[in-house]
Design a binder for this molecule. Structure first.
Ligand code: SF4
Length: 278
């Protein structure tokens, strides 16, 4: 499984959260729930999606094919206290689907160690533990905790990227497998500066660690010019910025994807560009 490729699929076994740190200030889940007259702090176990990785289609095949990568809990936090009662069942599902890679993300790094399954040992091959680090303060708080936890795969998500971040000392340990970065969206979105992303990319290049600039966010500043970028083009602009490690070029397999949005191997009519039809 090539873990350098984008993570396209999402599994939300529960929904809702409680705001936890400054990165949560404009949480997109709260914003989108409000648009639907719902409350983001109404936390519940999802019904049909809870067992998504075990669900099969009419032909008897898993809906999530072998070799997929799943981002877990994208409308919550995997280590949220309120989900403690549901997490063991989710670990069981992850254990059963050893052919699928599960990408777990949390801001609650101090809850990881006490909420791992009893047979975790040195970690599972199909699980990547990731912490959010929205600024230097949260990077210095959460990444050292992650480094001390046994895991086969560890990563850092700098999102929402709201302040410059230097994580060189953590990358130097050789324990971080991948770094992702993304800007902020919706009401009150705070700006992301090109220089912050460039610096982070260079830190990853120095330690030869894969870095993916995933999205610019709504407000992106380069050369003192402010760009307001709509959601549909944020990933395209980020990928075109050249701030990736390894760089996207003819030698790098991501180039085999759609030449415009890089999201799909083949265009399936998504609303990102449509240019791979041409
Ligand atoms: S931890 Fe994540 S899902 Fe929860 S409030 Fe913060 S940003 Fe939103």
């Amino acid at each position: 499984m090539d873990k350098t490729l984008p993570l396209d699929k999402i599994w939300n076994p529960w929904h809702g959260c409680r705001k936890y740190s400054e990165g949560c200030q404009n949480c997109y889940m709260f914003y989108l729930d409000k648009q639907r007259d719902k409350k983001g702090d109404d936390i519940y176990k999802t019904k049909t999606n809870f067992k998504l990785p075990l669900m099969k289609n009419r032909e008897g095949f898993y809906k999530i094919p072998s070799g997929s990568s799943l981002r877990v809990c994208m409308t919550s936090d995997f280590f949220l206290e309120e989900a403690d009662a549901w997490r063991d069942e989710v670990w069981d599902i992850i254990r059963k689907r050893s052919d699928v890679h599960f990408w777990l993300l949390t801001k609650r790094a101090n809850r990881i160690a006490n909420n791992l399954p009893s047979d975790w040992n040195e970690g599972w091959d199909n699980v990547s533990l990731n912490v959010s680090a929205e600024n230097q303060k949260r990077a210095d708080e959460r990444i050292p905790i992650l480094l001390d936890i046994p895991a086969k795969h560890k990563g850092i998500m700098v999102a929402p990227f709201i302040g410059p971040v230097n994580i060189s000392e953590y990358l130097a340990t050789g324990k971080i497998e991948k770094v992702l970065a993304d800007g902020e969206n919706y009401e009150g979105a705070r700006p992301l500066y090109y220089e912050w992303v460039k610096s982070l990319c260079e830190q990853c290049q120095h330690y030869n660690i894969p870095f993916l600039f995933y999205g610019t966010g709504n407000v992106f500043i380069k050369d003192k010019k402010v760009y307001h970028i709509c959601k549909a083009y944020q990933r395209v602009q980020a990928l075109r910025s050249g701030l990736q490690n390894p760089p996207i070029n003819k030698e790098y397999p991501i180039q085999k994807r759609c030449a415009t949005c890089y999201r799909k191997n083949t265009c399936n009519g998504c609303n990102w560009c449509g240019k791979c039809y041409q």
